[in-house]
Design a protein around this ligand. Structure first.
Ligand code: DC
Length: 225
């Protein structure tokens, strides 16, 4: 039987990490975990309980946060559940996105999430995407991929998505939002976004989805034998 790997996919916002990581997990028959969804769910808990802005209060109520991933029988994806409620759609909304940085930078929040993430990876056969997976969560991961593309290219993709959904937003607005998020991810004190020394860089600016998968599957093949 093939060796089961732990695969870490880190990188900047709007790089297509989750699309690549989910597809990779699907191809390999592995579990896919979106670690950003966990920070989003924790943020939603803080919003619903009026805890934002008070780190001590957030920390004192961390033990009330129960996050799980459960298989959605309709689309085969793992949905995020917070305290027995399916919050998969809710956590993608803009108000959660706007508040997630202030929750995900809290050390105790990160410690709790990392403990859950490590537990999920115990049996291997997992692809996890995020910002600190190769550096903090699984420093011994079998394969570490660091995804990047220029802010302009990422913004253009996001712009196309939003326009297709009927949003009225300017490309400049998106570029500046992406640059701001990069800056926050890279400069926070706790587990900043950083390429692990042994991570392989995937600059997907000029690559199609198929080209990216082919590139990654070659790497995976070299690790499995
Ligand atoms: O990947 P995403 O945009 O859904 O992540 C949501 C937020 O959580 C984002 O602000 C970065 C943060 N995050 C993090 O700090 N560490 C991770 N492993 C994953 C996400």
């Amino acid at each position: 039987m093939n060796k089961k790997l732990v695969i870490a996919v880190d990188g900047y916002s709007s790089c297509g990490k989750s699309t690549v990581a989910r597809e990779l997990a699907h191809k390999l028959g592995y579990i896919y975990i979106d670690s950003g969804a966990m920070y989003r769910a924790a943020t939603l808990f803080c919003m619903e309980n009026n805890l934002l802005g008070d780190e001590q209060k957030i920390i004192s109520r961390l033990n009330e946060i129960n996050i799980e991933f459960r298989l959605n029988p309709v689309n085969g994806n793992a949905d995020t559940w917070l305290n027995e409620v399916n919050v998969e759609n809710r956590i993608r909304k803009i108000d959660v996105s706007d508040n997630v940085s202030q929750v995900s930078r809290i050390k105790n929040v990160r410690e709790k999430m990392v403990a859950i993430q490590r537990k999920l990876g115990e049996k291997k056969g997992i692809v996890m995407d995020g910002r600190d997976i190769g550096t903090v969560v699984f420093p011994d991961a079998d394969l570490k991929i660091f995804m990047t593309a220029s802010p302009e290219i990422r913004a253009q993709r996001r712009f196309d998505e939003l326009v297709a959904k009927g949003d009225n937003i300017s490309l400049d607005e998106i570029i500046s939002n992406i640059k701001k998020r990069d800056q926050m991810d890279e400069n926070r004190t706790e587990s900043p976004l950083r390429k692990a020394d042994d991570a392989v860089v995937l600059d997907n600016g000029n690559m199609t989805r198929n080209e990216q998968m082919e590139w990654i599957m070659n790497l995976v093949a070299s690790k499995i034998q």
